[in-house]
Ligand binder design. Sequence first.
Ligand code: IDP
Ligand code: MG
Length: 149
Amino acid sequence: MERTLILVKPDAMQRGLAGEVLSRLERRGLRIVGLRLLQVDRAMAERHYAEHVGKGFFEGLVEYITSGPIIAAVFEGSNAVAAARQTMGVTRPTEAAPGTIRGDLGLEVGRNLVHGSDKPESAEREIGIFFEGMALPTWTRDVDRWVFE
Ligand code: IDP
Ligand code: MG
C-alpha cells in the first residue's frame, strides 16, 4: 500500500469545498489514514515547498498557503500518489481535464485548491512534516477487497 499527502488549500476551505475535495479522493477508493486541521506558518511552508524556494512565484505561494486554515490528510491505497494526482488534475486548472478537482472547480494556478505528493518519496517526506510524531492508525475496511485486487 502506498500513501500520499493531500492538502485542502485555504481557497478550498474558504469556498466550502473541503468535503468535496476529500470526498472525491475517498470515493476513488483511497483510505483515509490521517486527518488534521491546521494553519501553516512560513517555516512549515518553506519546508513543505523546499523545491520551490527562490522561484518567482514562491512569495505568492507562501502568502496563499499560510492565509488560512488547511486540512492535511493522508490517503492510502494501491498507486495512491498517481491516483490522487490524476483525481486532482494538473497544476494549472485551465489545463486540468474536466472531471478533475482542479479542472472542475478552479481557474488560477495560485488558487488550485489542493496539494498532492508528486512521488512516494515526497509523500513520506511531506507526511513527516504534517504528521510529525503522530502515529497514523493502521486499519482496513470491509470494502477493501472490492477496491484493492
Ligand atoms: P503541484 O501542486 O501540481 O505539485 P508544483 O509545481 O509543485 O505543482 O507547484 C506547487 C504549487 O505552487 C502549485 O500547486 C501552485 O499552487 C503554485 N504554483 C506553481 N506554479 C506556479 C506559477 O507559475 N504561478 C503561481 N503559482 C504557482
Ligand atoms: Mg508539487
